[in-house]
Design a protein around this ligand. Structure first.
Ligand SMILES: Nc1ncnc2c1ncn2[C@@H]1O[C@H](COP(=O)(O)OP(=O)(O)OP(=O)(O)O)[C@@H](O)[C@H]1O
Length: 229
């Protein structure tokens, strides 16, 4: 079943500090993703990969084109034209975004950062924390760090906490912007294994990987972009 259809999507940036100068983000993007499928965006630096993901999540507005999201209730919403409140509802319930960087409040422990995602979905606290610990351990976070704020963790540790947070309670569509950028091979492969489990659960995913082996292992389809400028 289809989850997302992107039709003739274009994005220009207007640089207001440069007298309204236009910069091309990307143009004529067309793809679709089904439930349980992983689509990778691939292309040179500056081709527009991150900007596409941000446009799908509506962090950026669309210049031209359609982003048709098929909701769990079978309704179809055009993300490029939906109201702010519809977008907030979609982000809350159906679309997740995992960036390279962890953003958390100070003084919340790594376990709680991850467990909160399950608690938001209505799962009970004790089992949520237990599952969060298992996910952190799987991603090689040392147990002595579990109860500390991840703000003091290394770059790679923060990224693993971020992935744990992003995938423990997956929504129907998951957007992944270089989630393994600063991970070693072993941890990258562990993340790939987890993403394969999500595919089996029917989660549709669109991702950017700089590790080509990881990209080949996880992708059902690869959308190749050329530099537009
Ligand atoms: N917020 C922004 N304001 C202005 N221009 C932007 C903005 N975000 C991206 N761009 C421009 O859009 C183009 C595509 O950038 P984007 O970051 O999407 O590329 P990318 O393929 O993800 O590159 P990389 O692989 O280096 O991360 C670039 O020319 C960039 O300068």
């Amino acid at each position: 079943m289809l989850r997302l259809e992107v039709k003739n999507l274009n994005k220009n940036f207007t640089i207001h500090t440069q007298g309204g100068m236009k910069v091309k983000g990307f143009e004529n993007i067309n793809f679709s993703v089904k439930n349980g499928e992983f689509l990778s965006l691939f292309g040179p630096s500056g081709a527009g990969k991150s900007s596409i993901l941000k446009t799908l999540f509506r962090t950026y507005n669309t210049t031209k084109g359609e982003i048709l999201f098929h909701r769990d209730n079978k309704e179809i919403v055009d993300i490029s034209k939906a109201s702010e409140s519809e977008i907030l509802e979609l982000r809350h319930a159906e679309i997740g975004y995992v960036s390279q960087f962890l953003q958390v409040l100070p003084r919340v422990s790594a376990v709680d950062v991850v467990a909160q995602q399950l608690i938001f979905k209505g799962e009970e606290q004790t089992s949520s924390r237990q599952k969060a610990k298992e996910m952190l351990a799987y991603l090689s976070i040392k147990e002595e760090l579990f109860d500390l704020s991840p703000l003091t963790f290394s770059g790679g540790e923060q990224q693993r906490v971020n992935i744990a947070k992003g995938i423990i309670a997956p929504k129907s569509l998951l957007l992944l912007d270089e989630p393994t950028a600063s991970l070693d091979k072993n941890n990258t492969m562990k993340v790939v294994e987890k993403l394969k489990e999500l595919k089996k659960q029917g989660v549709a995913m669109i991702g950017i990987f700089h590790d080509l082996e990881a990209m080949e292992m996880i992708s059902d389809n690869i959308y190749k972009l050329k530099r537009v400028n």
